[in-house]
Ligand binder design. Sequence first.
Ligand SMILES: Nc1ncnc2c1ncn2[C@@H]1O[C@H](COP(=O)(O)OP(=O)(O)OP(=O)(O)O)[C@@H](O)[C@H]1O
Length: 242
Amino acid sequence: MTAVLSSHGLVARYGDFQALYGVDISVAEGEAVALIGANGAGKSTFLRSVMGLLAVKPDMVRLDGQPIGGTPTDKMVQKGVAIVPEGRRLFTGMSVEDNLRVAIDQADRLGRKGGWTMERLHKLFPILKDKARTDVQNLSGGQQQMVSIGRALLSQPRVLLCDEISLGLAPKVIREIYAALPEIRAQGTAIILVEQDVGLAQSASDRIFCMLEGRVTLTGASSAITREQIAEAYFGGSHAVV
Ligand SMILES: Nc1ncnc2c1ncn2[C@@H]1O[C@H](COP(=O)(O)OP(=O)(O)OP(=O)(O)O)[C@@H](O)[C@H]1O
């Protein structure tokens, strides 16, 4: 499978502190890969590095094989990479619809074209239509997450990065949100999911990358990886590859 987005020996630092040590991760069109690992393993740092929020060398991140590492975030969105950030970061004091309109206007400005419209989002998450005039701060956490995903989709991404979209949500709501992923992938969108819940990560992805202390310690088909391999990769020990 040809990678749409890939990292190559990705190294990232916060000042003197090195957070990533040569990370190689890739995702193909319509594929979902999950990034798992304990707190502090470097999962969010990986997403931030891809999104141009940390200084990385051009060759370390490629889109369609072209070096794009270190490209500023708005340019990344323009090239078709979008992020659903940890904590959602919605515009409070604004309605659901207005939050989504900002995303539509931004996509227009950046010249992004694609199949995601307000109507399609309403089909994906019907509650967004019912709550269109509601201030986002009066939504439940799950509904806010749907707005955040919707906002990213309206930038018509080829690659969608999701940072812990299940965090703090009830199981029923998590199922609802994860149920949307197959439709997103059906558009050809590649998904990189950072997910703390290993079972969820496994069931929602084609491949898993487990990280430990800034390195990938396990990678393989989600359906083939065992819990024992994951436990070993999570906490150290031998570096299993399947
Ligand atoms: N802004 C920052 N400044 C300095 N160090 C940071 C910063 N953000 C993260 N780190 C450090 O980088 C390492 C990787 O953190 P990162 O947030 O990427 O981990 P993670 O796997 O996403 O974990 P979590 O699930 O807790 O978000 C950790 O040691 C963390 O303390």
